[in-house]
Every structure is written in structure tokens, then in C-alpha cells.
Ligand binder design. Structure first.
Ligand code: BGC
Length: 772
């Protein structure tokens, strides 16, 4: 394939797509490559000059990645890596960390290979590298892209100092089913929130300039739709309409690519019968031709070899060919490309241009990162969780907590924040003092010893006013004796804080699907026993996934969702418990009443027989011909966007700067808003607080039915007591488009209902018309 024609093709496709909008001819818009560095002429000239010098085997070598350190998959290859590198048979390593270890291999690659091509070292840096922050789901609960950017930036600096120029992050998979353990790595259920977070991750890691010495390339994963595994069972098949695929599941990937993501990772699952790691439709048609992606795609761990289990080819040669031709450029820890591709090129089964293209994409990223100029990493001082780093981790965690419930109790008023009236505090539960579990899943190079637990913090803060009892283990059966001790401890205190959840380090993350979403072990029994004392209970949830909390929600007056809070777990939770910080997080995922509701999400499609609108109501006798369960309400226990504060906010009537717009104008406006939704928000309470103002839309007359509500805007606003601010949220093609039956983004004449408020239950309403 001629390079010139290939690149011009990429430039033309997205234009064709724009022109195809809704059958209208959109006015000519200049299309820009999503990552200007990867598209630059100068960089590509260097790539082409190098490619010309490379033998087939050297090019194939670039496509191979091995795990040469610890293992993050089912068994690592364990080969003679020094020799492989020297022979030019390795393009990248994962799980090799630190200046010394990475430099060791880099010296071989740069000094001993014929063309001196540097390796690129990749690693799972998921919520921090050495400084561990709250889990990604928690970060999404901040609804603050700046928080995510801070985490990504800090991680990038630390990772790069450890020789890592490439992170396997962000995970942008939409997760609508908390049975799936990887919901912890996601931004939750919503494509709009997920896209905002995806952009922030990319910006924080890559800084709009891969060449900076402290930038790292991202790998947006897992492409695609991995989070929609049937029944929430890890690695399971995905089967969904193309409309849902594009409008919901692909949106955060598109946002990440548009933000300049340098690489993507192809996922383990199949999509509508075609494995995602050999899927020309997602990897080439959508990613390359429609989105104009110039970076490279790495497979997930062994995903190319696993294509044999997907039974789409009888032998290694066939499945490897299918993956490569579909658009998987690098084979992670599969060793298939390295062993079966070159022979097929020589036999004429695979055109050499396919190998050229994959190598070209990988080299582009290596050049853009400056690895040819600066392949080595200077040895630095040993990592320390310094006060500065701790301060950042604490500030980040402070923003992620969600106050789910805060009822008044006799004699104390609202239970949280804890006031001076409370003399003795009983801290109870297996997560009150467990550093490893608090660090959470995929904690990278984090050290459990860096975690400050809630017990440590409260002991320092309260001295002998603190009583402690573990109560039970995270797993295993009930121990009557230790529950009895916890009950006695609670009886001696004014309030009991229960730190409960699930084992974040071992039961969240990959391969951690659950069918039961309650507390693990005997924790529910412990909670019930302590609550039975009549002492006011504050439940601190330490689980980075929505759990089933029905009993707790009915019987416990105060519930704080603290997720998986990272190294500053104790201090940050205490900030909120004592009111030094007013909680401002909002749920990025719906919490179910019962597991049987899953997948449960607010942006449901309508039905012809909707259930009664009273969300909390159980079905009435005889009300049996509507879309509902006979034994439970339809709604979430705690809905998407939910989160209380120590103050109260009131909303005025939303008003639009313009109430209608024509289809034509919307199509021509591109991403420029045509109207704004304005609303006054007032702090009517007595303390300062931050509210996340949320905008929801319903398109009431589209040719393809649209969800009953969709998030289309949000803003964090901080208000002093009594203060009022006017918040404006943009409305335009980006907010109003949807995919029509031809799978094109479009707008049609319609009326949209618009709500603004503090959760997905927002009630303040107006409407907007799109006219012919
Ligand atoms: C996971 C990926 C991860 C990779 C490398 C896989 O098992 O699915 O998310 O990046 O391993 O560690």
C-alpha cells in the first residue's frame, strides 16, 4: 500500500461521514486529525524512512509485547527476553518497572539491535502509580474532570520516573451492571459523564504533548463494550444493537480518541458474535475510518491467542491473521504474531502492507514520545508518600465521597457531621483498619503500608474517646463472640461508625464478578446486631461498586459511600465525618434494591406500558399489565446522580436563552452551542457547600426511541450559605444528536423535555423545540 494514498484516505473518510448526516449536506467543515503529533508530516517522514530500512522480521518484532516481570494475566511466557530483544523480536514489555529494570532491556534494544529501535514499556497505572488515589469509579463520583486530571498528571510523573512511557488507562467501558467486578475501574453507567472523565484522563496523562518528558501515552481500554458482558459475568459475550453500541458504549472511546489518545486496547469479549480483538467493524471501520485514529491498538493480555477459544479459526495462524487484519497492531503476551505472521507474509497469505501498517502505527507513538531521543530513565530517589503527595491524595478523596443518607436522630439532629455532643465513638468493622483492602483493586505499585486507615486517624483525633471492635472478618462465617464484643463496644459509645463493604483488593477488579451484591462474610449480621442496640449508626461504605443495601437504607440513619479511597483513606473519611469537608460527590452508577434489577440504569428506553411514576412505590394489587416487577419497585434504591450535602440547595425555574432552533442550523453549528439552559441555584442551608448541577434531556419524538432521561450537562458550583449563583449549561448538536436507523448522528424535528437539578430525579422542567 502506498503511504500517501493511505494517509489521504484517512483524511477523507471522516469528511464523508459528516457530509452524510441525516441525509442533509452538512456545510464543509475542516477536519483535524485527533492527534496532530501522530499525524504530523515530519514525524511520519521519520517513520517511513525507518520502515524502509526494516526487514520483515524486524517489523514483526515491533508487534510483539511480553510481560517480563510480574504477571497480570493467566501465566506469563517466561522466555529468554535478553536474547529476544537483541534479535529485534520485541517491540514492548509490560510489567517491567523502575529505571534499572527498564534501562536493562532498553540498553539491549538501543545498543544491540541493527536499527536501534527503543522499546516502549507499558503498565497498568489505574488510579495512581506509587501514590494510590481513590478508584476510578470513586473519581467519577466527584463529577469533577479536574480531579481526574490531577490524578492522571501525578501518575504520569511517577510512572515516567519509573521508565513507564505508556499506561494501560483509562478504562472507559460503560458499566451498567455491578455484578461485573471491573465497574470499579470505570466511570459508571453514563456515556456523557464517562466521556467527560475519558477526556480528563487523556489530558492529564498526555498533556496535549506526548513529547514532554513527563507525559505518558494512554491506552484506552477495553475496546469495545467489555462492560456489557451478559449477566455481568467476566469475559462473557456482548450482544447489543448497533444503536446502543454507538450511542452508549462507544461514546467515551470516541471522546478519548478525539482528545488525542495515542493507543487503545482491544477487549476479550465478542460483540454480536465477532471477537473484539478480531473485529474489523470496530477496529477499522469505526476507529480508523470514522474517527481517524492514527495511534496503535494493543490486544488485551493473550486476547489474540484466546481467539482460538472463541472458535473463529482452527489454528494459530488463522486467528493471528484475523486479529492483525482487523486492526490489532500489537500482540500482548500472546507470542502469536512473533511466531506465525512472518511465514504467512512469505507465503503470500498476508500482504506485507498489513504488517507495515501495524509497525508504522507503533513507531509513530514511539517517535512522538521522544523515545528515540531519550530512551533511558535516570535513576531517582526511592519513592516516598511525602506530605505533599498525601495532601493531593486527600484533597482528591474528599471530593469523591457520596452522602447517601443523613437522617436526624433524637438528641443529635442530623447524625452527620459528628458534633461535639458526641463524646464516645465506637468504630466497628473489618475495613476500619485493613490497609491492603483499602488500597483497592489494581493498586499498581502502591504500598499498603502507605495507607492511613480510619482507625489510625480516629485514634489520633479522638484519643480515648475512640473504642474499636473488628466485629467480623471480610469473608467467612459469623463468629458470635466477636459480634457480641462489637455490640458491647457500641453500647459504651454515643454513636457507632461501621466500616463495611467488600474486599477491594481481592473481590473487585478483573475476574471479580459477583452474583450476590450484599456485604461479604458476616458483615450484614454485624450491622444488624449493632443497629439493634439502638445506638445511632453511621455506615461508611468501603466498596467501589454499588452494593445491595436495602436493609441498611431502611434501618441506618447515616450512610456515607467512601468507595476505595486510596492512601489517605482515614484522613479523608474523617474530614467528611467531622464536617471539615462538606460532601459533594454524586453517584456515577445506580444502586439497586435487589440484584434481580440488574442491569439497572436511569437512562432506560421507554416501554408501551410504563409503570406508575411514583418511583418508590411497590406495585399495587391488580396493577399487573405494566412494565414492572411483582415483588419490587422498578426504581433504584439510590439513583444515578444522587448525593446529599450538609447544606441544602434550591433550584429556580430553568430558562433557555433560545427556545427553538431549526434542524439545518443545528447541523451546521457543529459543536458550537445554539442555546443555553440557565438556572439559579441557591444554598439555603447554614454551611458552605458544592452542588453538582445536572442537566437531563428527553427527546419526545425521535425516529429511533430515546431514553426517558439522559444526562447532557453538569457543573460543580460552590456556594456560601445564602448565596445564589446563575449556572448556564450549553445546548447544541452535541447534546441533542442521536443515532438514526442508518447509524448516523443526526437531529430531527422534535420537542425535548429538559430538567435541571441535583440528581437524575431532577424535577425543575422546561422544554426546547427543534423545528423543520
Ligand atoms: C486486563 C487489562 C490489563 C492487562 C495487562 C488484562 O488482564 O484486562 O486491563 O491492562 O491485563 O495487565
Amino acid at each position: 500500500m502506498k503511504i500517501a494514498s493511505h494517509r489521504s484516505l484517512l483524511r477523507v473518510f471522516p469528511l464523508l461521514l459528516l457530509a452524510g448526516l441525516a441525509g442533509h449536506t452538512a456545510s464543509a467543515q475542516t477536519w483535524h486529525a485527533p492527534n496532530a503529533q501522530l499525524a504530523s508530516r515530519e514525524l511520519n517522514a521519520r517513520v517511513e524512512a525507518l520502515l524502509k530500512k526494516m526487514t520483515l522480521d524486524e517489523k514483526v518484532g515491533q508487534l510483539a509485547q511480553f510481560s517480563a516481570g510480574f504477571s497480570t494475566g493467566p501465566g506469563a511466557s517466561n522466555l529468554k527476553y535478553d536474547d529476544l530483544v537483541a534479535k529485534g523480536q520485541v517491540g514492548s514489555f509490560l510489567n517491567v518497572v523502575g529505571a534499572a529494570a527498564t534501562n536493562h532491556y532498553q540498553h539491549i534494544a538501543v545498543e544491540k539491535t541493527r536499527l536501534h529501535i527503543p522499546l516502549i514499556f507499558g503498565l497498568d497505572v489505574i488510579h495512581g502509580h506509587r501514590t494510590v488515589f481513590p478508584a476510578p469509579l470513586a473519581l467519577a463520583a466527584s463529577w469533577d474532570p479536574a480531579v481526574v486530571e490531577t490524578v492522571a498528571r501525578t501518575s504520569a510523573v511517577e510512572a515516567r520516573a519509573d521508565g513507564i512511557a505508556w499506561v494501560f488507562s483509562p478504562m472507559v467501558d460503560i458499566a451498567r451492571d455491578p455484578r461485573w467486578g471491573r465497574i470499579v475501574e470505570s466511570a459508571g453507567e453514563d456515556p456523557y459523564l464517562g466521556s467527560a472523565m475519558a477526556r480528563a484522563w487523556v489530558k492529564g496523562y498526555q498533556q496535549d504533548d506526548l513529547a514532554k518528558p513527563d507525559s505518558v501515552a494512554v491506552s484506552v481500554k477495553h475496546f469495545a463494550a467489555y462492560g456489557a458482558a451478559i449477566a455481568g459475568r467476566e469475559y462473557n459475550a456482548v450482544d447489543m444493537s448497533q444503536t446502543t453500541l454507538r450511542q452508549v458504549y462507544l461514546e467515551p472511546y470516541r471522546a478519548a480518541v478525539e482528545a488525542g489518545a495515542a493507543t487503545l486496547m482491544s477487549s476479550f469479549n465478542s460483540i454480536n458474535g465477532v471477537p473484539a480483538s478480531a473485529n474489523p467493524f470496530t477496529l477499522t471501520q469505526i476507529l480508523r475510518k470514522e474517527w481517524g485514529f492514527d495511534g496503535f491498538v494493543v490486544s488485551d493480555w493473550g486476547a489474540v491467542a484466546e481467539l482460538r477459544n472463541h472458535a473463529i479459526g482452527a489454528d494459530d495462524a488463522t486467528v493471528a491473521r484475523k486479529a492483525l487484519e482487523a486492526g490489532v497492531d500489537m500482540d500482548m503476551e500472546g507470542n502469536l504474531y512473533g511466531t506465525v505472521i512472518a511465514a504467512q507474509v512469505r507465503a503470500g497469505t498476508i500482504p506485507e502492507s498489513v504488517v507495515d501498517e501495524a509497525a508504522r502505527r507503533i513507531l509513530r507513538v514511539k517517535f512522538a514520545l521522544g523515545l528515540f531521543e531519550n530512551p533511558y530513565t535516570a535513576a531517582g530517589p526511592a519513592y516516598e508518600a511525602t506530605p505533599e503527595r498525601r495532601a493531593v491524595a486527600r484533597k482528591v478523596a474528599d471530593e469523591t465521597f457520596v452522602l447517601l443518607k443523613n437522617d436526624p436522630v433524637e438528641g443529635l439532629g442530623t447524625l452527620l457531621p459528628i458534633t461535639a455532643k458526641v463524646k464516645k465513638v465506637a468504630l466497628i468493622g473489618p475495613l476500619a483498619d485493613d490497609q491492603r483492602q483499602l488500597l483497592g483493586a489494581w493498586a499498581g505499585q502502591g504500598n499498603p503500608k502507605d495507607v492511613i486507615t480510619l482507625r489510625q486517624t480516629l485514634a489520633e483525633r479522638l484519643g480515648d474517646r475512640l473504642l474499636f471492635a473488628k466485629g467480623c472478618d471480610l469473608l467467612g462465617g459469623e463468629n458470635a463472640q466477636s459480634i457480641a464484643e462489637a455490640v458491647e463496644t457500641a453500647k459504651k459509645a454515643d454513636v457507632a461508625i461501621l466500616a463495611l463493604g467488600e474486599p477491594g483488593n481481592s473481590m473487585e477488579g478483573e475476574a471479580s464478578s459477583r452474583v450476590h451484591l450484599g456485604f461479604t462474610g458476616a458483615q450484614e449480621k454485624l450491622l444488624e446486631a449493632v443497629a439493634a442496640t439502638g445506638k445511632p449508626v453511621i455506615l461508611v461504605l468501603l466498596a467501589a461498586r454499588p452494593l445491595e443495601l436495602k436493609w441498611a437504607a431502611e434501618h441506618v440513619p447515616a450512610i456515607l459511600e467512601a468507595w476505595s479511597p486510596g492512601i489517605e483513606a482515614g484522613p479523608a473519611v474523617a474530614d467528611v465525618l467531622f464536617g471539615d469537608v462538606n460532601p459533594s460527590g454524586k453517584l456515577p452508577a445506580s444502586f439497586p434494591r435487589a440484584v434481580g434489577q440488574e442491569p439497572l440504569y436511569y437512562a432506560q428506553l421507554p416501554t408501551g406500558r410504563p409503570a406508575h411514576e411514583d418511583r418508590n412505590r411497590m406495585p399495587l394489587q391488580g396493577e399487573n399489565m405494566v412494565s414492572r416487577y411483582v415483588d419490587e419497585a422498578n426504581s433504584a434504591l439510590f439513583p444515578f446522580g444522587w448525593g446529599l450535602s450538609y447544606t441544602r440547595f434550591s433550584y429556580g425555574q430553568p430558562a433557555l436563552s433560545r427556545n427553538d432552533v431549526s434542524v439545518r442550523e443545528l447541523l451546521d453549528s457543529g459543536s458550537t452551542p445554539v442555546s443555553t439552559v440557565g438556572v439559579d441555584v441557591r444554598n439555603t442551608g447554614s454551611v458552605a457547600g458544592t452542588e453538582v448541577v445536572q442537566l437531563y434531556i428527553r427527546n419526545t419524538a425521535a425516529s429511533v426511541e430515546q431514553p426517558v432521561r439522559e444526562l447532557k450537562g453538569f457543573a460543580r458550583v460552590t456556594l456560601a450559605p445564602g448565596e445564589q449563583k446563575h449556572v448556564e449549561l450549553p445546548l447544541g448538536f452535541n447534546e441533542l444528536n442521536f443515532y438514526n436507523v442508518e447509524n448516523r448522528r443526526t437531529v430531527e424535528p422534535t420537542t425535548c423535555t429538559i430538567w435541571v437539578g441535583g440528581s437524575s430525579l431532577a424535577a425543575e422542567e422546561t422544554s426546547f423545540r427543534v423545528v423543520e
